[in-house]
Design a protein around this ligand. Structure first.
Ligand SMILES: C[S@@+](CC[C@H](N)C(=O)[O-])C[C@H]1O[C@@H](n2cnc3c(N)ncnc32)[C@H](O)[C@@H]1O
Length: 293
């Protein structure tokens, strides 16, 4: 999710001045079962890649949202690369990853075993029907880049209503996803700007994700209709390429802040630059309490 500053200008202007809305193209495979697709997402995420910056950004932000929770559900956990990073920093929280893809969950279980952590379990399930959970039984719900996989706005609405149902009063929410751009040219720009460093399958996935993204206005309407009032919406400055729906930040213990900053320092400089771009564009979009120094 690299946002190169000068090269971004034409895309930024096109999106700011555009009047059309790009029609939504749902993901060809809502549930990620295709072997090449699963492998690209799963393995690239574990090695150094564009995803590294995004993972660390969401880890830091999600930690702030879920601090103090006992049990957190991750909707559409995929191979659990993101989830494991968050779970390692929050050993006092039990995490349950939900996905409908057996292949993703197989990899997720392998990744948890090799990470040697015991606070993550998995369940096969549909994030629009969280029937395995009682009403008001969960302290926190998170999801990263999975909502755009839902086939229709009706599915997104069902997912949000389920989140509200299972969440305890005052529960934590951290939902991150892409927002739909106005022009196909902008989609292609963002999807392929890292073609020198990322595998083709991952770039293709990114293009499909951006085509399948919901509009910021879809999120705004459904958040106000279906999610608790405590959930606020944030997006990257002016152009909502990335969208966050989240409850308020809690203050983190010093040890977690230090661990997150140490993780930022060890990122390859290219990915640290990507992370800092995400931080800048969200900060300009009104997101406060950045814990990186
Ligand atoms: C792009 S991956 C994101 C994985 C992970 N959250 C991350 O940030 O790396 C999206 C995941 O959502 C899953 N998914 C899509 N629709 C789903 C549904 N209705 N119920 C459960 N999982 C779903 C897919 O199988 C896939 O593993």
């Amino acid at each position: 999710m690299n946002l190169p500053r000068p090269a971004l200008l034409p895309t930024f202007l096109r999106e700011l001045t555009g009047t059309q809305t790009l029609p939504r193209e749902p993901e060809p495979d809502a549930i990620m079962v295709d072997e090449a697709q699963v492998a690209a997402f799963s393995e690239t995420g574990r090695n150094e890649s564009t995803l590294a910056a995004s993972y660390l950004f969401h880890t830091a932000r999600a930690c702030q949202a879920i601090q103090g929770c006992k049990r957190v559900v991750d909707l559409g956990c995929g191979p659990a690369n993101q989830l494991i990073q968050i779970a390692e920093l929050n050993p006092e929280i039990d995490f349950i990853g939900i996905d409908m893809s057996q292949e993703m969950l197989r990899r997720a279980r392998e990744h948890v075993a090799s990470a040697g952590i015991s606070n993550v379990s998995f369940e096969t399930g549909d994030i629009t029907q969280l029937t395995q959970f009682e009403d008001r039984s969960i302290d926190g719900v998170m999801s990263t880049v999975s909502l755009h996989h839902l086939p229709t706005l009706g599915h997104l609405e069902r997912c949000f209503r389920e989140i509200s149902r299972v969440l305890k009063p005052g529960g934590a929410v951290y939902l991150a996803d892409f927002g739909r751009l106005k022009s196909l040219k902008s989609v292609i720009f963002f999807a392929y700007m890292n073609q020198d460093r990322d595998p083709h399958q991952l770039l293709l996935d990114y293009e499909r994700s951006l085509r399948a993204a919901f509009l910021l206005s879809d999120f705004e309407r459904l958040v106000s209709e279906c999610l608790p009032e405590s959930v606020k919406i944030y997006n990257t400055f002016k152009v909502p390429l990335l969208i966050l729906l989240k409850t308020e930040d809690k203050s983190l213990p010093r040890a977690k802040v230090d661990a997150l900053n140490a993780m930022r320092k060890t990122l390859n400089p290219r990915f640290r630059h990507d992370l800092d771009d995400m931080r800048i564009f969200f900060k300009l979009g009104g997101l406060k309490n950045d814990i990186f120094s």
